[in-house]
Design a protein around this ligand. Structure first.
Ligand code: PGA
Length: 260
């Protein structure tokens, strides 16, 4: 299924101080005259969610968190709850990023539990999946990613808005990207897994690609069948490069620019 509205989400990871909010403001200023042909979101560190949401209010850029706890509240020192993100102005939340699956041991079932808590609070999850280089080299990419999709979604997922992001671990922050054929193969497998898990609702879930997306490769990647957008790390930190990726997703805007 080709989707006309692409979702372009910036993941600032553990980067960004108050002084960097200027980059987010510069992004919205440049986007203000653009047609709404894509959804644009930024996911800053938890400390910046409220400030960014306030600074960008009403500017057409949605704000997301990078994680939330599986419990709605309680004695979990250092954690942030889904309701806290909503309270701070977030609408989205990234769940199950490989930097949390690998570094912090997050499992599919924990991601599914976080999904339930996030949607109960009113957040739209972006569930990340992706294989390591060894898994790809041993032919495990498709079965592994399929299992992650099936295991990371709760039974009730069909009744909620959410996205899946395919992020090969070996492509994140490395400058390496899969071929267009490899992206297409995995995105098709994810679509099948979504339909298997959710029925017809699975056809409507946006599937983003993430992992070394840049202004140079975004246009080609966003044309791939079943690629419904991009989850962008490093290139989202600067307004200029993130904007170039957003524009690669906006054919109407590109055509207007070309006409001067
Ligand atoms: P990258 O990160 O664009 O810096 O590779 C993507 C991500 O981890 O979401």
């Amino acid at each position: 299924m080709k989707q006309s509205v692409k979702m372009i989400v910036g993941n600032w990871k553990m980067n960004g101080l108050t002084a960097d909010l200027g980059e987010a403001r510069a992004l919205t200023e440049s986007l203000s005259d653009a047609p709404a042909s894509c959804r644009v979101a930024l996911c800053p560190a938890a400390t910046l969610v409220a400030q960014m949401a306030w600074a960008l209010k009403g500017q057409g850029v949605e704000i997301g968190g990078q994680d939330c706890h599986a419990e709605p509240k309680g004695a979990f020192t250092g954690s942030i709850s889904a309701a806290m993100l909503v309270d701070a102005g977030a609408r989205l939340v990234i769940l199950g990023h490989s930097e949390r699956r690998q570094g912090l041991g997050e499992t599919d079932s924990l991601v599914a539990a976080k999904f339930e808590t996030a949607v109960a609070a009113g957040l739209e999850p972006i569930v990340c999946v992706g294989e390591t280089l060894t898994q790809r080299e041993t032919g495990q990419a498709v079965p592994l990613v399929t299992a992650q999709v099936l295991g990371s979604l709760p039974d009730a997922a069909a009744s909620h808005a959410f996205a899946v992001a395919y992020e090969p671990v070996w492509a994140i922050g490395t400058g390496l990207t899969p071929t267009v054929a490899q992206i297409a193969e995995v995105h098709e497998a994810i679509r099948s897994a979504l339909v298997q898990r959710l029925g017809p609702a699975g056809t409507r879930v946006p599937i983003l690609y993430g992992g070394s997306v840049t202004p140079a490769n975004a246009g080609e990647i966003l044309q791939v069948a079943e690629v419904g957008g991009a989850l962008v790390g490093g290139a989202s930190l600067k307004a200029a490069s993130f904007l170039a990726i957003v524009r690669a997703a906006e054919p109407a805007r590109v055509a207007a620019d070309a006409q001067g």
